[in-house]
Design a protein around this ligand. Structure first.
Ligand SMILES: *Cc1c(COP(=O)(O)O)cnc(C)c1O
Length: 343
């Protein structure tokens, strides 16, 4: 039996908690140093660091799970390594090498094995790789120095109540600009979305549905998850195609699961807000929440209701959720290369 911490695994919530160990590497004089684990949760940087002045920062999010067999695994982490390198390049930061990202990930999970929630608890070890400009800048330009870190923390479900339909509202704000940064995983997109998020919360909604920033006609995503819809006859998985949404790994995986494992048709296309009432199911997908069924979308006072609304998730959403979490927890055979075993 693996030794584990004495935590209330079923009631963790989704919040920061310091683990024993994290990985740190510094970029200076044109190169990343060797990197190492440290037990220090604090970061000391110059008062004029680029991240503090001009938000030069990006991050990733993934999870480690204990499977039914007792293995500790991550789900498709090489896609996170790749996406982070793409994001860094867009923000004029030196990408952290993808192979080193994977090695560092293994080091952090192995060093914090006692924090990986036990199989069946519904919790997981959330892993947050991130990178920021640590060198001083005052004239606007990319920094010369960066820090890459991977931290980890055990978490419960992202939304209170777990796999229960939520209601969301159509936002009057944009989360991205038409030719902006919506497609990269940068903290600045989240700073942008906080105001809209607070407005939604005030109105009683845990999330926003953002529309495309050019015409405000097509469905984009929420602040931190992509959307999918299921056609009225249950045969088709439909998900927005847009240059200003984040290419979610969960969404890309669900596209595969829908098509190759559940026999659904898949459409990746622009989706008009005015057509969503014709769908039978709606869901949010992302690493943090995996899938959150959406029961109601409130469009300026008018409720668009999917299936049984807030009462219960639809049958296809349930199937997608069971299949994806079944793959992650080793209960269903994974498509080749999806499961990265760490211990
Ligand atoms: C991280 C993120 C998602 C979800 O992506 P996953 O790879 O599935 O975790 C969706 N939208 C935004 C804006 C994100 O930052």
């Amino acid at each position: 039996m693996r030794k584990i911490k004495d935590l209330d695994w079923s009631n963790l919530g989704f919040q920061y908690r310091s683990c024993d160990s994290r990985y740190v590497s510094h970029y200076k004089d044109g190169a990343w140093d060797e990197g190492a684990l440290t037990d220090d949760p604090n970061v000391v940087i110059n008062e004029c660091a680029g991240v503090l002045q001009y938000c030069q920062e990006c991050f990733e999010g993934l999870k480690a799970y204990e499977t039914v067999n007792g293995d500790i695994v991550c789900f498709r982490p090489e896609l996170n390594a790749k996406r982070m390198a793409d994001t860094a390049a867009y923000l004029c930061m030196p990408p952290f090498p993808e192979d080193r990202f994977l090695t560092a990930l293994d080091m952090v999970v192995k060093a914090n094995l006692e924090y990986v929630p036990p199989y069946g608890s519904g919790a997981s070890l959330y892993i947050r790789p991130y990178m920021f400009a640590s060198g001083p800048v005052i004239g606007v330009k990319p920094s010369d120095e960066y820090m890459f870190r991977i931290i980890a923390m055990p978490v419960g479900p992202y939304f209170k109540g777990g796999f229960k339909p939520i209601s969301i509202m159509v936002s009057d704000f944009d989360r991205a600009a038409p030719r902006g940064t919506g497609h990269i995983k940068a903290g600045l997109n989240y700073a942008m979305s906080l105001h809209a998020h607070e407005v939604a919360k005030e109105a009683g909604y845990p999330e926003n549905m953002f529309l495309d920033p050019k015409e405000h006609r097509y469905v984009e995503e929420t602040g931190g998850a992509n959307f999918y819809f299921i056609s009225a006859d249950g045969s088709t998985f439909v998900t927005p195609k847009s240059d200003s949404i984040l290419p979610s790994i969960t969404r890309r995986s669900l596209v595969y699961v829908a098509e190759h494992m559940l026999g659904l048709k898949v459409e990746e296309r622009r989706i008009e807000l005015s057509e969503i009432g014709q769908f039978s199911e709606c869901g949010l997908c992302g690493t943090a929440a995996v899938i959150s069924p959406v029961g109601v979308v409130n469009d300026h006072g008018k409720d668009i209701v999917f299936g049984k609304g807030l009462e219960d998730a639809g049958p296809v959403t349930k199937k997608l959720y069971e299949t994806l979490t079944g793959i992650q927890l080793g209960k269903i055979e994974a498509p080749c290369g999806w499961i990265h075993k760490i211990a």
